[in-house]
Write a protein that binds this ligand. Structure first.
Ligand code: T5A
Length: 203
């Protein structure tokens, strides 16, 4: 028995965290056991890495990529792999495609090279389905406005987010069977309905 692994992706402020909660709740309402995780995080090591990698200290692009990969390897080993193997559904607020879009494309490290660095820590535990919430970075900035603190990567501004958005479009081109772009424009319920239609239609 194996579970189903779904990841949600998008630029900062596209609504992933909100939609991940709504998706996990909807799957539970349908009777599924659901584990909901976020990246970076989800384990003690991952939460410690989150503090460092989103903190104010500058780091090289490869240091950043390795930190995200380390947190991910621990999350897979401690949470995702056991859940999938037990037949549980996993909803992940970000996974590998974040590293491909942010570090591979936007930081210029190369999507292939970042994928290769992550591969040993992930093994075969890739998402069955990835939903990229597609929202122009300008609109995402408006959604984040007024929330207070801004982390190191968010603080780099809209040009980085434009490159991230291009990275996600490239990821969708590279992995069309797994990755679906879904418009994140509209109300919470409208976006949730699109996410659910994609989940039901793709799995
Ligand atoms: N990162 C991460 C990498 O560079 N590489 C990696 O490998 C990984 C894993 C993580 C940062 O690290 C980077 C990416 C990020 O920069 P994070 O906290 O996970 O940080 O990421 P953020 O995207 O910044 O998280 P946010 O919480 O800021 O954004 P979300 O999750 O996209 O959006 P959400 O759901 O919190 O919503 C943002 C606001 O918009 C409102 C919400 O209520 C909220 O106030 N909202 C809507 N408003 C109107 N209409 C809708 N449809 C709305 N949906 C949400």
């Amino acid at each position: 028995m194996t579970g189903t692994f779904i990841s949600l992706e998008g630029v900062d402020g596209s609504g992933k965290s909100t939609q991940a909660v709504m998706l996990a709740d909807a799957l539970r309402d349908r009777g599924h056991d659901v584990v909901h995780v976020r990246e970076p995080g989800g384990t003690p090591l991952g939460e410690a890495v989150r503090e460092v990698v989103l903190g104010p200290d500058a780091m090289t692009p490869w240091a950043e990529a390795f930190l995200f990969a380390a947190a991910r390897a621990q999350l897979v080993a401690d949470v995702i792999a056991p859940a999938v193997e037990a037949g549980t559904w996993v909803v992940a607020d970000r996974f590998l495609d974040s590293s491909l879009a942010y570090q591979g494309e936007a930081r210029g490290l190369g999507i292939d090279r970042v994928a290769a660095v992550n591969a040993p820590g992930i093994g075969h535990f890739m998402p069955d389905l990835t939903v990229i919430l597609d929202l122009p970075p300008g609109a995402a900035v408006d959604r984040r406005a007024g929330r207070g603190s801004v982390d190191r990567i968010e603080g780099e501004g809209e040009a980085l987010q434009e490159s991230v958005a291009e990275g996600y479009r490239e990821v969708a081109r590279l992995y069309p069977d797994r990755v679906h772009l879904v418009s994140a424009d509209g109300t919470l319920d409208e976006v949730h309905a699109r996410v659910m239609a994609t989940v039901v239609g793709s799995l």
